[in-house]
Ligand binder design. Sequence first.
Ligand code: PLP
Length: 423
Amino acid sequence: MTDAIHELRAREFPWAVAGDRIFLNHASTGPLPQRAVRRIHELTALRAEPWRYTTEMQFGELANARVRCARLIGAEPREIALMVNTSYGLNLAARALPFERGDVVITSDREYPSNVYPWMELEAARGVQLVRIPCAGVLPDEEAILAALDRPRVRCVVLSWVSFATGYRIDIERIGRACRERGIWFVLDAIQGVSAAPLDVRSAPVDVVACGAQKWLLAPWGSGFVWLRPDLVESLRPVEVSWMATRCSDDFTRLTDYDFTYRDDARKFEVITLPYQDFAVFLIGEWRKIGIEAEHRPLETAAWFSDGQDTGNFELLVAPTVEFMDDPDQFLGRYATGSTQNWGRFSDPQVDDLFSRQARSLDPVERKRLINDLEKRVLGNAYFTTGLWWSRNLVHWSKVKNYVAPPNHYTNQKLQDVWLSED
Ligand SMILES: Cc1ncc(COP(=O)(O)O)c(C=O)c1O
């Protein structure tokens, strides 16, 4: 074992190096790493004082979790719906895919029951027939499954990627391709495989992937996701309908407009409220991939300023960039040596020189050029990576009357003339 792995193991799984236990992860429930335990504690502490755990933090964490789930399987975040377990995703497939009475679903015998009962329910409720193909010994009989695809009315194949009892991994490519050729949906229960083996849904011929995160993803119980092929995201209707499934849901001032238009991404299948603190744990692993051993600390505003800005008690800071002031001196100061806003404490004589020259320049064209040079220097050296850049906030609510959009936040905001209409 290399030093780095030994160190990581000692840090994340101290019981493993203490020598009193040997735990073989057999994909029942994976152990939580220490960083996940810490993060859950932090977020639970925030939740104890709910005003500190803002809505932005809650939904931001879900958005991050979708990005990370998508990356795991080569998907786009808009194709991911966060679910609390594998069963939820499998039930979604069984109930949302447009089956008709008499259609046939093929599976293997000896599947985990989460992948059997939803289809039995479909059988009982909607007259769809579930056919369990006997195993060859204890392993799924792929030849027999493939042969069964040509039976009449086969609409769907549903299988575990990796079998829970034997660890047998099916040939997704072969079975999926045969399904595609026949216009048969291929639904995968992927919980036993994701993160232990690579899966790329852009090349793998699968239609729905359901995955809980409590096994190889070492995440809390009650976290998981479902991926759907993009055209299914568009065409399927949710079966459980959440208050966050519609397009107007993000605007909490419009909750009782009941604008019943589903989102155009997979969030329409999510059933909010979800355990935000559990999905938040997904983030930490991503920092490590780019070499940052981070502890993720969301802070409420006052603490963010006192802890983040003043003490420099961080390795990487996610800071809002509000670049809509007229005077560049106000927002470029953060790149200059010694500025109180220079949270990264970097010092670059060339940046300082450009900053002071632009501040003294009376020629707008010259000043613009100096600012462009300064920005290039800052971004080129990655002192600061810009995520979202916005220049001003605009009101887009029809009830707000007599609002004139200003050129920026600080000028011509004549709010005394603005009023809200009843209709
Ligand atoms: C193949 C398979 N599917 C699903 C599950 C679990 O389903 P859920 O995440 O819904 O609890 C397991 C194990 O617990 C499993 O081995």
